[in-house]
Design a protein around this ligand. Structure first.
Ligand SMILES: [Zn+2]
Length: 191
């Protein structure tokens, strides 16, 4: 489903090198795009994209890591911020909200694991035990930066309710949507 976009009315067009902030030109319907079910609420959501020649592509784990690798190769300062941010009041149904809890639980477990790792290292150092080198490596370059990125990504995935692409001219978002959402957008859905 293609929905028109417009520049965020309060933020306006960006300066060079800062991301574009966009909003949907019209209010989103009370039907979720993923399951086609009646929405229980509209959630404030930021969808993030990297700009490519073929338009905006949603930020996901693979693109994040690819971008990180490219940055390292060119030895530039890390700039992993998105190029395009779409601010939306996204309609969500109970099924949309369920995975967020799982992602959050996994993310929290990973943080706990990283903390244990650091504690183990500190205890060993305090007891003058030479920690195995893998323990230090697990912290850097393990948890920092890769673990942190994965944790960040997990927390955000729980809040990503839709998959979309942005047209190269930034005027349109192509959303992976349920037919019932499309009908609701077209105003064809019987109330
Ligand atoms: Zn849903």
């Amino acid at each position: 489903m293609k929905l028109p976009l417009t520049v965020h009315p309060e933020i306006g067009p960006p300066d060079t090198d800062s991301p574009w902030h966009l909003v949907f030109a019209s209010r989103l319907p009370d039907v979720c795009a993923k399951h086609g079910r009646d929405a229980v609420e509209h959630r404030d959501q930021q969808l993030t994209f990297y700009r490519t020649r073929r338009g905006g592509r949603q930020v996901n784990a693979l693109r994040l890591i690819l971008r990180l690798l490219t940055i390292w190769q060119l030895s530039l300062l890390p700039r992993i911020d998105p190029d395009i941010v779409v601010h939306a009041q996204w309609p969500v149904c109970p099924a949309c909200l369920a995975p967020a809890r799982v992602y959050r639980a996994v993310g929290t477990a990973l943080i706990a694991l990283a903390a244990l790792n650091v504690v183990a290292l500190l205890l060993m150092t305090a007891a003058y035990i030479r920690p195995p080198s893998w323990l230090a490596l697990a912290i850097f370059p393990g948890w920092i930066p890769f673990g942190l990125l994965v944790i960040m990504f997990l927390f955000r995935s729980g809040e990503t309710f839709v998959l979309a692409r942005i047209s190269p001219d930034l005027r349109e978002a192509d959303i992976v949507s349920h037919p019932r959402f499309d009908q609701a957008v077209a105003g064809e859905l019987a109330e």
